[in-house]
Design a protein around this ligand. Structure first.
Ligand code: NAD
Length: 340
């Protein structure tokens, strides 16, 4: 299989991690790096002397040897830069959120499909080994029927001026819930407050309801004393806690549950307390796995796990949640058919 020559645009606080992982990906050659900020570009050029440094994104498009472009520029630029990359015939990796509207995300998907290009969105947690473990565990049936999942993504900062905490942080939680449940919610409701910047919510609570009664709740904030990245998945048989901030043993399975009365004469629901299991989770940096997955998807002509359609589903939920947020928490209904 041939080496994929890749160019990376956006070398800011996150992009410098992404470029490191693409520089190490097997079967990839980091051919060019791009940032409009000459200072940031110079720092990364020192680390990757074999990559051509450019300040103008057009230079990536004009390079006929370049097959793929990765974007870690600010979210408002994703659609325009992504379209230019695809129309120039490049495969595209784009950071989350894929776009700031579902219509734009749909156009990116349709363009990639029409041109036969690989389109992947940086839904990092879908490549986390603990999330992989949860997915395998859930699919094995050991959890019992999944009932609900709640997540917390909290910290003090980074306060972004051009997107609210919902668009900045919730793509991770939404993408995991869709990945684990394998379904779209039928309705989304969101409440939130803009304490720091008018019109830009810093703290948001999102409630997702699925057609079969499953539910998801997401609490995101960049105005919180705690740094939390936690998910709790409650099933009919057991319960799983994923604490991404724990120094070790990030996953715990609680053999706990409620036991419903067996006969109509007994009405009391009893609870069951069992052992706590700390499963072994494979090591591996999720971002390295994610970048390798993009390169492998191009080389093997297989759709990536977090493909454009996955990105579109997440943006549709973000858009609906934002609408609910602006309407005081009124639930917004969604189309539940999962399109590929
Ligand atoms: N997957 C994750 O866990 C994760 C974490 C943080 C951020 N992100 C995402 O990564 C993206 C970037 O976030 P960040 O925090 O690094 O932002 P940032 O502002 O620190 O960096 C963005 C960089 O893009 C450059 N840039 C902007 N427009 C450009 C253009 N047209 N051509 C070339 N360079 C351009 C800027 O100069 C800047 O260096 C966002 O979409 C964000 O949501 C993802």
């Amino acid at each position: 299989m041939e080496t994929v020559r890749i160019g990376m645009a956006g070398l800011g606080s996150w992009g410098k991690n992404v470029v490191r992982c693409f520089s190490r990906a097997k079967g990839a050659e980091l051919r060019a790096i791009c940032d409009g900020d000459a200072g940031k570009l110079a720092v990364q050029a020192g680390l990757y002397p074999d990559a051509t440094p450019v300040t103008d994104f057009q230079a990536l498009l004009d390079d006929p040897e370049l097959e793929a472009i990765a974007l870690a520029t600010p979210a408002p630029t994703h659609f325009a830069l992504g379209m230019r990359a695809l129309e120039a015939g490049k495969h595209l990796f784009v950071e989350k959120p894929m776009t700031l509207s579902a219509a734009d995300a749909e156009t990116l998907c349709a363009t990639a499909e029409r041109l036969g290009r690989t389109l992947m969105v940086g839904h990092l947690l879908e490549y986390h080994p603990a999330v992989d473990w949860m997915k395998t565990y859930l699919d094995s049936g050991a959890l019992g029927a999944p009932l609900y999942l709640y997540s917390q993504r909290l910290n003090l900062g980074t306060v972004r001026p051009d997107e609210n905490a919902l668009w900045s942080l919730a793509p991770h939680d939404i993408s995991v819930i869709l990945y684990l449940f394998g379904a779209m919610p039928e309705s989304v409701a969101a409440h939130g407050e803009d304490f720091l910047q008018p019109g830009i919510e810093d703290v948001v609570f999102v409630y997702l309801r699925f057609p079969d009664g499953r539910a998801g709740q997401i609490h995101i904030s960049w105005l919180d004393p705690h740094k939390e990245r936690k998910m709790v998945l409650v099933g009919a048989q057991t319960m799983v806690v994923f604490d991404d901030m724990a120094p070790m043993e990030t996953l715990r399975v609680y053999n706990k549950g409620a036991v419903l009365p067996e006969s109509p004469n007994r009405t009391q629901v009893t609870v069951r307390h069992g052992d706590v299991l700390i499963p072994h989770v494979n090591a591996g940096e999720p971002l390295q796995t994610e970048c390798q997955h993009f390169i492998d998807a191009i080389r093997t002509h297989t759709p990536p796990r977090s493909d454009g359609r996955d990105g579109l589903r997440v943006v549709r939920i973000l858009e609906a949640a934002d609408r609910s947020l602006k309407q005081g928490g009124v639930p917004v209904m969604l189309e539940t058919a999962v399109s590929r």
